[in-house]
Design a binder for this molecule. Sequence first.
Ligand code: UDP
Length: 241
Amino acid sequence: MAEIKYKRILLKLSGEAFKGATGYGIDIPTVRSIAHEIKHICLMGVEVAIVVGGGNIWRGATAAKEGIDRVSADYAGMLATIINALTLQDALEREGIVTRTQSALAVQQVAEPYIRRRAIRHLEKGRVVIFAGGTGNPYMTTDTAAALRAIEIEANVLLMAKNKVDGVYTADPKKHPEATLFQHLTHMEAINKRLQVMDATALSLCLDNKLPIIVFDLQSSESLVSAISGQPIGTLISSES
Ligand code: UDP
């Protein structure tokens, strides 16, 4: 079995990851296969926290362009992340992994409130913790929530799972086939080059707190295991040049 390099991780799953081949919403077999991959690393002894996005269901900024009040649209987006979180929790529990969902918005019938010390306790007991509701504030993203929660729980790495993109490229590889993959970047390079890794707030939080980030393709086989065991995969963004 591969050695663990990162004992405690924060995995960011964007809403896109839940869509599978469907254009919108949640594809249950896709969620189950993600849960299966997560189970592998749990069994290796990794402490796993997850931040889920909601873009497969709702994006505040897009809804606002169609005339919905931005703040209400953002709260709807945060609720969308809770739907994804509950689906993922179900899939993980079907795999036999004890899971707790903590939400930044109060939804006490379905999830615990976000309590940092309690989240850490769950992780220490080997439970997967899913953070739902983003940061709980409008005008923010779940990337920022991922950076923030990773720092709060003292995760050793932030894993940014992408869909069919295996890291950070010089340009969008779907539009520019000549684009090349960065194997390593510093946080500052990623900010200065304005690369599409995550939003600037999230990236600067990682920079300030020297939190390494691995951007990788969740769909390529065993990619999570490779990432947690420190094998070269995707793009590593760290403070060392
Ligand atoms: N959102 C928000 N505050 C947060 C996190 C999310 O207002 O702290 C809203 C925002 O409207 C966003 C939506 O929730 O568009 C879904 O989150 P995001 O776009 O980050 O999801 P992803 O792109 O990861 O699927």
